[in-house]
Design a protein around this ligand. Sequence first.
Ligand code: ADP
Ligand code: ADP
Ligand code: ZN
Length: 215
Amino acid sequence: MNIILLGPPGAGKGTQAQRLVERHGMRQLSTGDMLRAAVKAGTPVGLQAKAVMERGELVSDAIVSALIGEELDSMGPDAGAIFDGYPRTEAQAASLDDILAQRGRKLDHVIELAVDEDALVERITGRYTCAQCGKGYHDTFEQPKQLGVCDKCGSTEFKRRPDDNEETVRTRMAEYRAKTAPILPVYEARGIVARVNGMAEMDHVTAAIEKIIAG
Ligand code: ADP
Ligand code: ADP
Ligand code: ZN
């Protein structure tokens, strides 16, 4: 199974991908996570991407498509893939077709998380993650059961992304509208797009996605 989670920043792609990983043992392929790891490690890719990400603009298609190819090659041929935050441009969508075909994979579903833009700034500015295991949280919408202690791993260290501020979010939303939304019609023409109400409660969103992948 190969699926794309598509939606603007804060739509819930990472949240839902983490749940699919836990329930189905699929792999989450998040170019955002890969790029942040590269920035942290100070690799050549990281050095190139850092300032672009801080501005909320898009990193080059060649860089992210190379990262996706490498990640797929590190997986078993039968492991399911959830693409989270990739593809983000028409060029990336075309690259993904090649990358999958070269590995004997095919795209099963493109799941669009539809959300009101007004809600996204609040989602993004309240977002934080466990510094140890990466589990996602939110100041208002998803606190750990015991405040300050990660539900999943017990860590008491959390972090926030430098680009999760209101100004950058506006740029990221504009990038989504201009460059990412236009890839939807391409997939719609293939009849593989399913739309989910991303404004619903997290559990309801998960249930809707489960229904789609169950066929
Ligand atoms: P979000 O899910 O909040 O939109 P991501 O973690 O997916 O954020 O991405 C963070 C930043 O990393 C983006 O603003 C962009 O600069 C860069 N990035 C991530 N994925 C891609 C991609 N597929 N193409 C280009 N840039 C990307
Ligand atoms: P994306 O990966 O699409 O950028 P995230 O999954 O990181 O988005 O979600 C952004 C923030 O909103 C997180 O803090 C998350 O806990 C919260 N969130 C995700 N889905 C929902 C939802 N359905 N309702 C309320 N808050 C949500
Ligand atoms: Zn944790």
